[in-house]
Design a binder for this molecule. Structure first.
Ligand code: FAD
Length: 317
């Protein structure tokens, strides 16, 4: 079923979450066993993140270093199939512009359609770590709205080459990303919302937000999005802080603020265990307020670790 159908049919806020594919060389079975406890809260859909290629350096005899491209978390299609078979949930694979030509995107969408995937989240992706700014593939997309347009075209039976067009069309429900605290490259929140609207106009049917720790930021964002003519569901993304290092890393990586009230509590923490208790309690409060406000789903960034999300969901759902 499509995400929009789950939302339309739901009588209350849904529970959903995001997982990372296991690192190459690690077991999918272990990862699935790790998230199994979360199935108690009946998530209709589970997102599967995508990780573009990275470069590693291989040392050869004589000290020569060779730069080698590798994907450390491959296996999206297999994970989607495993989620459907084992848990009967709708997988939502993330698709990136970065590292993909339009032809590779078309082929990836065909694979996903063949295994019965009905939902995708269309993203630009970040810059390659070795480059300062995002650079599209020669025959790839520069912005997520262009990727949305390609998926939308396939939903209308329009492929890259005329000879492929036989009348058969895909039927993906397309989600996109939104940033209550603004995407770091956008000149202003107004411009970011203008570009969000462009993604919706290209065919996206719902939005999932970047994590935030102050619900007011989400409420303001939804209000401004509605004023900008964006009417689709906006699903809030949440992550509990669970380690001391995240206090520094989350604002730096995701360009977001930690509210003073949360920081006052985190300031008293000496260990990761202390932080985790504060983080979970904060996420429970955030979640309860968002449920009260009638949000379509609470979407948790689990990093494939179920423990903290399980405790939050147990208190909220
Ligand atoms: P876009 O919507 O293309 O926006 C990128 C920037 O360009 C923004 O600043 C925007 O304002 C600007 N912009 C957009 N359109 C235009 C235009 N027409 N003209 C000028 N400027 C424009 N990354 C991964 O690598 N893998 C994942 O699985 C993944 N999952 C994510 C899930 C969620 C819910 C979120 C919120 C983010 C996720 N990301 C993921 C991170 C995401 O790829 C980055 O934040 C990326 O930098 C932007 O992606 P986007 O789709 O929002 O890009």
């Amino acid at each position: 079923m499509k995400i929009t159908e789950y939302i339309d049919q739901a009588k209350k806020t849904l529970f959903s979450f995001e997982i990372l594919p296991p690192l190459k060389g690690q077991s999918l079975h272990d990862m699935l066993a790790g998230i199994e406890p979360l199935m108690e809260f009946k998530p209709p859909f589970v997102d599967v993140t995508y990780h573009r290629e990275e470069y590693i350096y291989k040392q050869h005899p004589g000290g020569l270093l060779q730069k080698v491209s590798t994907k450390k978390r491959p296996g999206t299609v297999g994970i989607c199939a495993a989620l459907m078979n084992r848990f009967h949930v709708a997988p939502v694979p993330h698709l990136l512009c970065g590292g993909f030509s339009k032809e590779e995107t078309e082929n990836a969408l065909i694979d996903l359609e063949f295994i019965g995937v009905q939902n995708v989240l269309a993203l630009r992706g970040d810059a390659d770590k070795s480059e300062g700014k995002f650079i599209a593939e020669e025959d790839g997309h520069r912005y997520a709205y262009e990727l949305v347009k390609q998926i939308s075209d396939m939903n209308n039976g329009i492929y890259l080459h005329d000879e492929t067009e036989t009348g058969f069309h895909t039927d993906f429900c397309i989600g996109v990303a939104g940033y209550p605290e603004k995407h770091f490259e956008a000149p202003s929140l107004n411009y970011d919302l203008k570009y969000l609207k462009q993604k919706i106009d290209a065919g996206a049917e719902y939005v999932v937000t970047q994590m935030f720790f102050d619900n007011q930021k989400y409420f303001n964002y939804v209000e401004r999005a509605r004023a900008a003519g964006i009417t689709v569901p906006i699903i809030p993304g949440l992550k509990p802080i669970t380690t001391l290092s995240q206090i520094v890393n989350l604002p730096r990586t995701f360009f977001l603020d930690l509210p003073d009230a949360l920081m006052h509590e985190l300031d008293t923490c000496k260990t990761n265990a202390d932080v985790k208790e504060v983080g979970i309690a904060w996420a429970i409060e955030q979640s309860r307020e968002l449920v009260k406000a009638g949000v379509p789903s609470l979407h948790y960034y689990t990093m494939s670790k179920a423990d903290a999300t399980y405790r939050i969901a147990k208190a909220v759902f």
